[in-house]
Design a binder for this molecule. Structure first.
Ligand SMILES: C[S@@+](CC[C@H](N)C(=O)[O-])C[C@H]1O[C@@H](n2cnc3c(N)ncnc32)[C@H](O)[C@@H]1O
Length: 215
């Protein structure tokens, strides 16, 4: 069963998929988040990874050279089509895509060494629940790496953008969700700061990266 939030997000991201990569803000942010993950997590070339809410793969494609295989997953078939076209054009063999909504469907088969996500959590109502699901999908010793907005006043998105469930997150709350799910070595740091004009003022929106390891 798909609820309204997911329907809104699927429709919105399907519609904007073809233009997603045209934004320098998005590509700069993705580069910084990928670099932050590569710095915080001891990536290994035998690892099997899953990206959740991957969009067009702006983060995943940067981490792919450090991994054995990457399963790119998203609610939006339109975003995944753009990603699959880029992967095919580049001749990439160690990447696959799948429509996946863990809020309504069970996890895919297999266990992962790394699960990462960039700017998808604020679209998901029960983030603590999805963190518990990520934990269950990891091998012992596997890592989670989650990037999203710090708590903000609701001005990051335009008021007419549907499907936004959280105006960012308090880092200590996210760390608490990771620890409650069973993760060890939990920490957060700033991965990037988005600067955009709102109401005639230049505003700063920091993006955190939270990481943890399944014992
Ligand atoms: C802001 S975009 C970020 C895309 C990409 N991670 C990036 O950094 O460029 C959020 C993505 O999360 C996906 N998404 C939203 N809700 C989701 C859900 N319940 N399950 C999986 N993906 C979801 C959207 O389809 C969209 O591709």
């Amino acid at each position: 069963m798909t609820n309204t939030v997911q329907s809104e997000n699927r429709a919105r991201f399907d519609t904007i998929a073809a233009q997603w990569d045209e934004s320098p803000m998005r590509t700069n942010m993705a580069r910084a988040i990928a670099d932050a993950i590569a710095t915080a997590v001891p990536l290994a070339s035998h690892w099997r990874a899953l990206e959740y809410g991957c969009g067009t793969g702006l983060v995943g494609l940067r981490l792919l050279p450090h991994l054995a295989h990457l399963l790119e997953t998203d609610l939006s078939p339109g975003m995944l089509t753009v990603l699959a076209e880029k992967a095919q054009a580049a001749g990439l063999a160690n990447i696959s895509t799948a429509v996946l909504d863990l809020t309504t469907s069970p996890p895919p088969d297999g266990q992962f060494d790394l699960i990462f996500s960039s700017m998808a959590l604020h679209h998901i109502t029960d983030v603590a629940g999805i963190v518990r699901t990520f934990f269950s999908m990891l091998v012992p010793g596997g890592w989670v790496a989650l990037a999203d907005l710090d708590a903000e006043d609701g001005t990051f998105h335009s008021p007419d953008v549907p499907g936004v469930e959280h105006h960012g997150f308090d880092r200590k709350t996210v760390e608490g969700w990771l620890r409650a799910a069973g993760f060890a070595d939990v920490s957060t740091r700033t991965a990037y700061t988005v600067e955009r004009e709102r109401d005639g003022k230049q505003r700063r929106y920091p993006i955190f990266l939270a990481t943890g390891r399944r014992p």
